[in-house]
Design a protein around this ligand. Structure first.
Ligand code: AMP
Length: 502
């Protein structure tokens, strides 16, 4: 795999060093060795230490290798990127297939965000390590110069966000008339972000004869209608039932007063010192402020949101992935682009505006078969959001009250039937504090003896290293690339534990 860059020099991929990734999460599907994948892909999978397919890979790959269209209902974290990247690489590299002509890519993957585009590119580069295909990413927020040059040299695989793609197409630097395979990833997110007309415009430019893949975490009526307009007789693969959250995520809600949120957050972060904590904030300014406050309090923390430059977002993500930053404060727009294996704790410091965002937020933990913990802070103002989320995921999120800041007032307001015109409620009846003692003002405390409450670390937790390495490892000494896979931070790997409740 060659990634185009601002520098013309390219290394033949089959001379790339074979570097074993330390560990990969265990999958239980069909062994890759038994799948009809060609040797260069098998070799790349071995390098990644991927031995068995994930369910979506097992179900999708055989059909995609045959050239079928696919409608995939799957969240990120299920291995869906490899489910489409492996067959695409195999089909593009098939014996006798043509090379890409300048400005006319052979495969197009549309991504809603730059971060996801990078992740997809990383996967293609890793799986296509032993193939001679060319790839580049185009997205907004950065100069188009390097992207244009990549396109003019010709790429087999183009990973793009819709706006910049159309922009470069309008300027004549991208032609879509030679696309053989088209992938729309995270279609629901695309719609949320207002890309529907851009997508329709792009699809209208594609050749009629093509293979199309359509992925969405959720399948609303609108999404299904959109998929019908671009798929022909598709195979349906549904991995996680609609709107159910990954089973491996331990979800909890903390009823709390607004003023106590920071204190509880820092305590949770201390308890998750072995792993990475992802904190969600509703606003960009709030995310910045919170990250700065945490940094002042001695936590290595950074923020990611739509106002940050591409370089700053990448830096934040690389630093978080490597473990340099232990905490990342993010807004929803950034949520889906965050694929970091060491996230053991997600905290909804602010509840999301839309219930669907909850599913995407907490899906940042428990990646690829790992386990994770998601804690949501619910103040009086968030009660309706909490109800919306619980309706969506069809379950009541258990309460975590064994901390000093639990508010029984808020809890009562949230758990009793809602009556119009009635406010918060008094403390007392119904609320039962478990055995604790010892803490301030009779509250249970996190530290020391029996008063540690239920919040403790689980010795049997995850101890996996980064299951995937950034593709930058392949060409560390190579030229600078426009797909910034070679982050300045390297993963420390090593053990990670997740906090859990006993
Ligand atoms: P995705 O759903 O594509 O975002 O993938 C989630 C994570 O799972 C990524 O970090 C992949 O590198 C990893 N992954 C994908 N397939 C496998 C596999 N078969 N075995 C182990 N890890 C995998």
């Amino acid at each position: 795999m060659e990634t185009h860059t601002n520098n013309a020099q390219v290394t033949p991929m089959d001379t790339a060093p074979v570097e074993k990734t330390p560990e990969a999460p265990a999958m239980t599907g069909m062994p890759f060795a038994e799948m009809q994948l060609v040797e260069p892909l098998q070799k790349a999978l071995k390098v990644k230490n991927y031995t068995h397919a994930s369910p979506i890979q097992e179900q999708a790959i055989p059909h995609l290798l045959e050239g079928k269209d696919l409608l995939g209902s799957a969240q990120t974290g299920t291995g869906k990127t490899a489910a489409f990247a492996l067959p695409i690489l195999q089909r593009l590299a098939a014996a006798g297939s043509r090379r890409a002509t300048p400005c006319a890519p052979r495969a197009l993957i549309l991504s809603p965000t730059r971060e996801l585009a990078h992740q997809i590119a990383d996967s293609f580069v890793a799986y296509g390590k032993f193939m001679k295909l060319r790839l580049t990413c185009v997205y907004g927020g950065v100069s188009q110069y390097g992207q244009v040059r990549d396109m003019q040299r010709g790429v087999d695989i183009l990973i793009a966000t819709p706006g910049r793609l159309l922009d470069l197409e309008d300027q004549g630097y991208i032609k879509l008339n030679e696309i053989e395979i088209f992938v729309l990833d995270e279609a629901d997110r695309m719609l949320d972000m207002g890309f529907v007309n851009d997508i329709k415009r792009i699809v209208a430019e594609l050749p009629q004869k093509r293979q199309s893949l359509f992925f969405s975490a959720t399948l609303s009526r609108e999404i299904v209608e959109l998929s019908k307009s671009m798929l022909t007789d598709p195979v349906h693969v549904t991995i996680t039932p609609q709107f159910t959250t990954a089973e491996k995520i331990d979800q909890r809600v903390c009823f709390i007063q607004k003023a106590d949120k920071l204190a509880l957050l820092t305590e949770l972060m201390k308890n998750n010192a072995q792993g990475l904590t992802l904190v969600f904030n509703q606003t960009k300014h709030g995310a910045n402020r919170l990250s700065e406050t945490l940094a002042k309090a001695g936590f290595r923390s950074t923020a990611i949101h739509g106002n940050k430059t591409q370089a700053a977002r990448k830096n934040a993500l690389d630093g978080f992935r490597s473990g340099f930053y232990k905490t990342l404060v993010a807004t929803d727009v950034a949520a889906r682009g965050i694929d970091v294996k060491g996230i053991t704790l997600v905290v909804n410091f602010d509840m999301p505006d839309e219930p669907e965002s909850y599913v995407h937020r907490i899906g940042r933990t428990a990646r690829a078969g790992a386990e994770g913990l998601a804690i949501s802070f619910c103040t009086n103002e968030d009660v309706e959001s909490l109800h919306g989320i619980q309706r969506l995921i069809k379950k009541t999120i258990p309460t975590f009250n064994e901390h000093p800041w639990h508010s029984s007032d808020v809890e009562q307001g949230a758990t009793r039937p809602i009556q119009r015109g009635q406010g918060g409620g008094n403390s007392g009846g119904g609320y039962r504090r478990r055995q604790g003692g010892g803490g301030r003002g009779g509250r249970p405390s996190f530290r020391g003896g029996a008063s540690r409450g239920g919040y403790s670390r689980d010795g049997g937790g995850e101890s996996r290293g980064e299951g995937f390495s950034q593709a930058g490892g392949e060409r560390r000494s190579g030229p600078k690339r426009s797909t910034p896979q070679s982050g300045g931070f390297r993963s420390a790997g090593g053990g990670q534990r997740r906090p859990s409740f006993r």
